[in-house]
Design a protein around this ligand. Structure first.
Ligand code: SIN
Length: 333
C-alpha cells in the first residue's frame, strides 16, 4: 500500500458486511446494514494504517432494496470525492445481492480514471469468522494500487470488472464470478496480480460505438444522473423471462402500463417462446425498446444480424436493463 498523504474514501451503503446478528456466529438470522462503516474500518485492526481512510456513511440498506435515488446519491458522492486531488480511490461497502448492478451503473455513469472498488461479505460482521474485514482490506489494497482505474468488485481475493461480475452462489464466501471474461486480477497478501487491463468505458460499450459517440453518450448520462433527476423521472424498463409455457401476457400488461424498455432473458442463445416473441415484436412496433439477453450464467447471445430483437452485447439481463435505462436517458438529454 502507498505510504503518502493520499486518502482513500470508504463509502458505506449497508449489506451483510455491515450485518449484525443477536447471537454471535449466526450467519443467517442477522439484519443487513446495521454496523457503521467507521466501525467496519476499526475491524481492520490497523492493517490499513499506511494510508489515510476517510469513512462516509451514504446509506444503511439491504441491497435488495437498492434503487434509483440511492444509485444517484452514491454516484454523486463518488464524483465529489474523485474530484479531490489527494483522493486516490474509493472503496464502497455494499450488499452482495445487487452489487453487480451498482458496479455496472457506476462504471457507466462515471467511467472513473481512479479506482472505485466495491466490496462486500457473505457473513455478517458478528460472524464467528467474518469475511468482511479481509475483503475490505483487499479492497483498500486494490484502491491504492498504482495504475488502478475503473469500477471493480473485490471479494474472496478476486478482482472482477463491473461489466463481468455476477453473484453466482447464494451462500458461499467466494460468491462471485466473471464468466468467460475472467478476473481482472487477484489480491495476494495485499498486492494485486493483474490478469487483464483495468476496466474502462470501452469495456462498457464493448467498443461497438465510435469513441466520439461513446464520449457524448457518457457525458449526457452523467449530467442527467448527477443533475438531480427525480426517481419518478427514470424510464420504466423491466425484465421478462423465457421459460417453458411462457406467454405474451406479461409483456402485454407491461405495455399497457406504459413500459418504455424490455429486456428478455431468453433461454440458451436468447431463444424466446413463439407467443412471448410475438408479444415482444408487437411491443417494438409500438415503440418499446427491446433487448435480448440470456438466462444462462455463462456465454452470451450470439446474434446473427437478421435478428428482429437486438442482442444485449454480452450483458446479463440485469446489466442490459441498466444499459437500456441509461440509453433511454441519454436519448432524452
Ligand atoms: C445484501 O445484499 O444487502 C444482503 C446480502 C449480502 O450482502 O450478502
Amino acid at each position: 500500500m502507498n505510504s503518502s498523504s493520499s486518502r482513500i474514501v470508504v463509502l458505506g451503503t449497508g449489506g451483510t458486511i455491515a450485518g449484525r446478528a443477536s447471537r454471535a456466529g449466526d450467519n443467517l438470522g442477522y439484519t443487513a446494514g446495521e454496523v457503521g462503516v467507521a466501525q467496519l474500518l476499526e475491524s481492520l485492526g490497523g492493517f490499513a494504517d499506511a494510508v489515510e481512510l476517510v469513512a462516509e456513511q451514504v446509506a444503511q440498506v439491504d441491497s435488495k432494496d437498492m434503487g434509483f435515488g440511492l444509485w444517484q446519491q452514491l454516484a454523486a458522492r463518488c464524483a465529489h470525492w474523485l474530484a479531490q486531488e489527494d483522493v486516490v480511490g474509493i472503496v464502497i461497502t455494499h450488499g452482495t445481492d445487487t452489487l453487480e448492478e451498482t458496479a455496472y451503473f457506476l462504471q457507466a455513469v462515471l467511467d472513473p480514471a481512479k479506482p472505485v472498488v466495491l466490496t462486500c461479505a457473505m457473513r455478517p460482521a458478528t460472524a464467528l469468522v467474518p469475511d468482511g474485514p479481509q475483503n475490505l482490506l483487499d479492497a483498500v489494497a486494490v484502491a491504492t494500487t498504482p495504475g488502478a482505474r475503473g469500477v471493480v468488485a473485490v471479494c474472496a481475493g478476486k478482482v472482477h470488472s463491473a461489466r463481468d461480475v455476477q453473484k453466482v452462489h447464494s451462500y458461499q464466501v467466494d460468491a462471485f464470478a466473471s464468466g468467460d471474461a475472467g478476473l481482472v486480477g487477484l489480491v495476494e497478501e495485499g498486492r494485486v496480480r493483474l490478469l487483464r487491463p483495468w476496466p474502462s468505458v470501452v469495456d462498457f460499450y464493448e467498443g461497438n460505438m465510435p469513441p466520439a459517440l461513446i464520449q457524448s453518450a457518457q457525458a449526457a448520462i452523467k449530467s442527467v444522473v448527477l443533475g438531480g433527476l427525480p426517481a419518478s423521472g427514470w424510464p420504466r424498463v423491466e425484465i421478462v423471462l423465457n421459460y417453458a409455457g411462457a406467454s405474451g401476457w406479461l409483456v402485454e400488461a407491461l405495455v399497457a402500463q406504459g413500459v418504455q424498455g424490455l429486456v428478455v432473458a431468453g433461454t440458451g442463445n436468447g431463444t424466446v417462446h413463439a407467443a412471448l416473441e410475438a408479444a415482444l415484436l408487437r411491443a417494438m412496433a409500438q415503440g418499446v425498446r427491446v433487448v435480448r439477453s440470456t438466462r444462462c450464467v455463462f456465454g452470451r447471445v450470439l446474434g446473427w444480424g437478421a435478428d428482429a430483437i437486438p442482442d444485449a452485447q454480452g450483458l446479463s439481463p440485469v446489466k442490459a436493463r441498466i444499459a437500456l435505462l441509461l440509453e433511454l436517458l441519454a436519448l432524452r438529454a
